[in-house]
Design a protein around this ligand. Structure first.
Ligand code: ARG
Length: 461
């Protein structure tokens, strides 16, 4: 960063800006991320100015060439940013004038940094959402690839973290798939409101020039034009919405993370993760830690934090633009980067999960996972469900006392509790029988799970 000490706005000022105030109010350290979007917006704005006769064709040519040259330097990493020029907008405008001369000073006609910055953030976020959508779909492909081979793998389904009923491992994975499917919808919905153009609102009230907003919007790929200039320059609800959608997405990823952490623990041992996704302990030689899921779980906190930051930033702000809004960027950028990183981490790791099928099966055989199946069996033999529940509860107590699973009790032990129980009871006590009996849309029967995977795959394309 250099200090050129030339302000684009100091006409009315009689003394130089205090050095601390200059760095306190500057945003260039973080808003340079918007630079290429700023240039894209400027080129569209200049093109529109020319088409309505505000600047000449030659002037437009010089501006476009100058702006493209700056874009090239930014991509090469050779652009010099100056703190005294405060932000990305004034850095680029001032550099343009340095390079192409007086004509550069016409670029800001009919525009303000207020509508400029709001436009830049929207262009940035639109791209970010597209990248995120792409990555969520990658992740979904990874889930499908893993789930395809696991429809017949039986694991204990849990409620209250205690063994509840046998389920297909693929069914569990497809629950993850469904969660992020809704995250995709939320992101797509948010994108509709992000893709609205503030340009033309100028500082707050609009502009006196005969601008053509439809043209600018078309050039920038905006679906609609903001309908109120005050609102357009001031609200950041679209960014809040994005952080809310991101928070829900990360909340989901943190749940998967938690499950992977539990499953890789020796106490569960349901899956292992390839070494490349884990780290060891500097003191305990036996350790292989699930750092990637733990970090994703941890990073959820900063995304929730960004949502609260932005909500608090906007709370009580009077119309229209206030400098407070400069604080929108860091939480937003951090959210985008964190979400992209977490999605990348999981897209690589999930398809590489190594299921420990035997461990899952052994765990399912403990904990009376087929108790509900036995109750359903009795209901089908004519007992009201509440009575069946009670009979099975008493059989579970016998099993607990003798350290036996329901399938290990003798026929005599069954018939002593209910005369409705016959030899065929053992069929419903098998894990496979329990799964395949739940054979309806959304159920865990392997046939249904296969169907769910196929449908998901064709939806994803
Ligand atoms: N750097 C400012 C921001 O990020 C740009 C808009 C400044 N406008 C103003 N009137 N001070 O919000």
């Amino acid at each position: 960063m250099t200090d050129k000490n030339t302000k684009l706005w100091d006409g009315r000022f009689t003394e130089a800006t205090d050095a601390f105030v200059e760095s306190f109010t500057a945003s260039i350290e973080f808003d340079h991320v918007l630079a290429l979007y700023d240039i894209e917006g400027s080129i569209a704005h200049a093109t529109m100015l020319q088409s309505v006769g505000i600047i000449t064709n030659n002037e437009l040519g010089a501006m476009v060439e100058g702006l493209n040259g700056i874009a090239e330097d930014i991509k090469q990493g050779t652009m010099e940013w100056s703190i005294s020029l405060e932000d990305v907008h004034m850095n680029i405008e001032s550099t343009l004038t340095d390079r192409i001369g007086e004509v550069g000073k016409k670029l800001h006609t009919g525009r303000s940094r207020n509508d400029q910055v709001a436009t830049d953030i929207r262009l940035y976020l639109r791209d970010a959402i597209d990248n995120i959508l792409h990555k969520i779909r990658d992740l979904q492909h990874g889930i499908l690839d893993l789930a395809t081979n696991e429809t017949e793998t039986i694991m204990p389904g849990l409620t209250h973290l205690q063994i509840a009923q046998p389920i297909s491992f693929a069914h569990h994975l497809m629950a993850w798939f469904e969660m992020v499917d809704r995250d995709i919808e939320r992101m797509q919905d948010c994108r509709k409101r992000v893709n609205t153009m503030p340009l033309g609102s100028a500082a707050l009230a609009g502009t006196t020039y005969p601008i053509d907003r439809t043209m600018t919007a078309k050039l920038l790929g905006f679906d609609q034009i903001a309908g109120n200039s005050l609102d357009a320059v001031s609200d950041r609800d679209f960014a809040i919405e994005f952080c809310a959608a991101s928070s829900i997405l990360l909340m989901h990823l943190s749940r998967w993370a938690e499950e992977m952490i539990l499953w890789t623990s020796p106490q569960f041992g349901f899956i292992s993760l390839p070494d490349r996704f884990c780290t060891g302990s500097s003191i305990m030689p036996q350790k292989k830690n699930p750092d990637v899921p733990e970090l994703v779980r941890g990073k959820t906190g900063r995304v929730f934090g960004s949502l609260i930051s932005l909500l608090t930033l906007m709370k009580g702000q009077p119309l229209a633009y206030n400098k407070d809004n400069q604080e929108d960027k860091e939480p937003l950028f951090d959210t985008v980067n964190t979400v992209l990183d977490c999605l990348t981490a999981f897209s690589d790791m999930i398809p590489a999960i190594e299921p420990q099928r035997e461990q899952m099966r052994l765990a399912t055989l403990k904990g009376f996972a087929t108790a509900t199946d036995l109750a359903d069996y009795l209901v089908k033999k004519g007992l009201p469900f509440r009575d069946a529940h009670d009979v099975v509860g008493r059989l579970v107590a016998v099993g607990l006392e003798q350290d036996l699973d329901l399938s290990e009790l003798s026929l005599e032990q069954f018939t002593s509790m209910s005369s409705l129980i016959e030899e065929d009871v053992f069929d419903v006590l098998t894990l496979e029988g329990s799964l395949s009996a739940r054979n309806h849309h959304g159920g865990t029967a392997p046939a249904q799970v296969k169907l769910a995977i196929e449908q998901a795959r064709s939806r994803l394309g």
